[in-house]
Design a protein around this ligand. Structure first.
Ligand SMILES: Nc1nc2c(c(=O)[nH]1)N[C@H]1C(S)=C(S)[C@@H](COP(=O)(O)O)O[C@H]1N2
Ligand SMILES: [Mo]
Length: 320
């Protein structure tokens, strides 16, 4: 197994969102966060002392939403991961076959020092932090997920980019013997590929996530490492990454290749631009109870203040 210093909660510790929130409040006071601490929340499933004992620096993040996080069960049973089938339950049912150790990511393209990242270097990074983000799927459903990750920028910054690098492309593992969906034809070509403009990739909200709820990334969520870009439709957040490249041209992306009139390269969440086959004005919050209702979809998925400046002067309808 890769070395992963996050404590692994036992099944009994996997709580619903209410306990999660209570625990956050408890931990804030139990850990004696001084009055004046501006971002006093850490939502992991164990106490701050556990992290101290493990010598892991888990930073609080001003980027986390205050919205209640979905239960672990929602996050790990309602998934899109076509490499394991097209049904929402298929990834949970089929992704157990994926081997995630050893795992490395090849970094290349327009850089002077191409190389390979060993997943353990990220799993042990002192820069890991929790980011509680909204995830809005283009299919008009959403969840709130407490990721554990590292800013993508801090990984990309280790590479000496060449001047003409303007975009970053990503690709998922191809291993049909372990990925049942890759043995079937759904009209998608493998590998699943995605891309961002370089400034989007370097934005502090963009992370490479290696965990959920303080646990190592479940296979169905894109183990061992996946992208999370919270202001874009979920399909931009590519899972189980094995390759990253700096490019001069806008990279091809899987869903855009599949349906260019329905899935743009930018795909910023936008209630003002409907999908040709359905409205994007509202979204179903996955789950039951306080989850399970609908809410208004927000421009840039609620991250407008942080990201709108990236798109100044761009026609967000044409460049959807
Ligand atoms: N490799 C790969 N990455 C992928 C997908 C996929 O099918 N294959 N689905 C995308 C879609 S459509 C969404 S909504 C999110 C879902 O992430 P989650 O299952 O962790 O909620 O993953 C994205 N990343
Ligand atoms: Mo999605």
């Amino acid at each position: 197994m890769p070395v992963y210093r996050y404590p692994m909660p036992k099944g009994s510790e996997i709580t619903d969102e209410k306990m999660f929130l209570n625990r956050r409040q408890f931990m804030v006071s139990a850990a004696g966060f001084a009055a004046g601490a501006t971002v006093p929340t850490i939502g992991h499933a164990k106490t701050i002392d556990d992290y101290k004992a493990l010598n892991v620096s888990v930073k609080n993040s001003p980027y986390s939403t205050e919205d209640p996080a979905n239960p672990f069960e929602d996050i790990t049973t309602h998934n899109n991961f076509y490499e394991f089938g097209t049904g929402k339950g298929d990834p949970a049912a089929n992704a157990g076959t994926l081997t995630t150790d050893p795992w490395s990511i090849k970094v290349g393209g327009l850089v002077n020092n191409p190389g390979t990242i060993d997943i353990n270097d990220i799993l042990n990074s002192l820069e890991l932090e929790e980011r509680i983000y909204r995830l809005r799927c283009v299919e008009a459903w959403s969840m709130v997920i407490p990721w554990v990750g590292i800013p993508l920028a801090s990984v990309l910054n280790k590479y000496d980019q060449q001047g003409d690098a303007k975009y970053v492309s990503f690709e998922t593992l191809v291993r049909p013997e372990e990925m049942i969906g890759q043995r079937n034809a759904f009209g998608l070509d493998w590998p699943y590929v995605e891309g961002l403009r370089l400034d989007e990739a370097m934005h502090p909200l963009t992370i490479l996530a290696v965990g959920v709820y303080g646990k190592q990334m479940p296979n169905q969520n894109g183990a061992p490492i996946r992208l999370v870009v919270p202001w874009k439709y979920g399909f931009k957040s590519i899972k189980s990454i094995v390759g990253i490249k700096f490019t001069a041209e806008q990279p091809a992306t899987t869903w855009n290749l599949q349906g260019p009139s329905e899935y743009g390269f930018y795909s910023n969440v936008n209630p003002g631009v409907d999908h040709p086959r359905w409205s994007q004005k509202t979204e179903k919050i996955i789950g039951s109870g306080i989850f399970g209702s609908r809410r208004q979809t927000e421009q840039f998925n609620g991250y407008k203040e942080q990201v709108a400046s990236l798109y100044e002067g761009m026609d967000l309808v044409k460049n959807f």
